[in-house]
Design a binder for this molecule. Structure first.
Ligand code: MN
Ligand code: MN
Length: 318
């Protein structure tokens, strides 16, 4: 255990069910100064088109994160010996205005990214990724994108709105925030508004791996291939919509679709990103009111831990 960096409060020091529910029981920081990796909540759900409730996502993920321990047993990763990690609290979104919330999120990440920090954000619905990506691209240029989702989120409009949780990646490509030639979407499936729904992304050069192509096998080879294509230096953003996983493992979400990825495949995708230059990430669309067992938020907390373990230079205790 490193004494140089913040450490999660151990379950052997204070029972896991006690204390303030910060992410991974880490200290809560009010400034990003000196923080290598910031965990940020964005409690937004007014960009959703079906069930709501993701405004409660960050709090619930923090609550379930108390069970996550500091070392990865499969990867031997030691993220809290590798970086200064802190919970940076929540963005003060405006629950009455999506437009204003987008502006608020942009301003928040604009200020945050003046520091040398990798933000890992907890949604919130998927709309949050657009204002975050705008600031990420301002700093790093158009990024490579790993996008796990049951949906491509590349509709042109929804209810005539250009910015919703189902349109953000069309906007991101149009605004040149991501390089579609280094963008992979894993998990789209089920039903669409037209049979051509997935063609727009493919026509931009996106590698679209429909869920069916992922069934029954490991996704490690897919990620090996993607890693080779992207290389170790190009900035990569990872956006993980929890509905990419099957509703049997992640029922607590607003737009569930059958035939999704397994929990293990979710882990393989994130572990397969180790060796890439991940400059930021988010985990979105956890809706606690639909999460009767708490397993969706618990899984989300573990996936966020795995993201920490896949950041560049995360130590492995070999
Ligand atoms: Mn999505
Ligand atoms: Mn989705």
């Amino acid at each position: 255990m490193s004494e140089d960096y913040n450490q999660p409060l151990s379950g052997n020091e204070l029972p896991r069910f006690g204390g303030i529910a910060s992410m991974f029981r880490l200290p809560v920081a009010t400034s990003a100064k000196g923080i290598d990796v910031g965990l940020i909540g964005v409690p937004l759900d007014i960009g959703t088109s079906n069930r709501n409730g993701t405004r409660f996502g960050p709090r619930q993920i923090r609550t379930e994160s108390v069970l996550v321990r500091p070392y990865g047993m499969a990867t031997r990763a030691a993220p809290f010996d590798s970086f200064q990690v802190a919970d940076l609290g929540d963005v003060a979104v405006n629950p009455f205005s999506l437009t204003k919330s987008i502006e608020i999120i942009e301003a928040h990440y604009n200020a945050l990214l003046k520091h040398d920090i990798r933000p890992i954000s907890m949604g919130g619905d998927h709309t949050i990724t657009l204002p975050i990506l705008r600031q990420i691209a301002k700093k790093h240029g158009p990024v490579a994108l790993i996008h796990v989702d049951a949906h491509t989120d590349t509709n042109d409009t929804m209810f005539n709105e250009k910015i919703t949780h189902g349109t953000i990646f069309r906007r991101a490509i149009e605004e040149n925030l991501v390089d579609p030639n280094f963008m992979i979407q894993i998990g789209p499936r089920a039903t669409g508004y037209s049979a051509e729904d997935f063609d727009w992304a493919r026509n931009q050069g996106v590698q679209l791996e429909q869920a069916e192509s992922c069934w029954y096998h490991s996704l490690a080879p897919l990620m090996d291939e993607y890693r080779k294509k992207v290389g170790p230096d190009r900035p990569v953003y990872l956006t993980f919509d929890i509905d990419g996983l099957d509703p049997s493992v992640a029922p607590g979400t607003g737009t569930p679709e059958p035939g999704g990825l397994t929990g293990s495949q979710g882990l393989e995708i994130i572990r397969g990103a180790y060796g890439l230059n991940i400059v930021g990430a988010d985990l979105v669309e956890v809706s606690p009111p639909y999460d009767q067992s708490g397993n969706t938020a618990l899984l989300a907390a573990n996936l966020i831990f795995e993201i920490l373990c896949s950041l560049p230079d995360c130590i492995r205790r070999d």
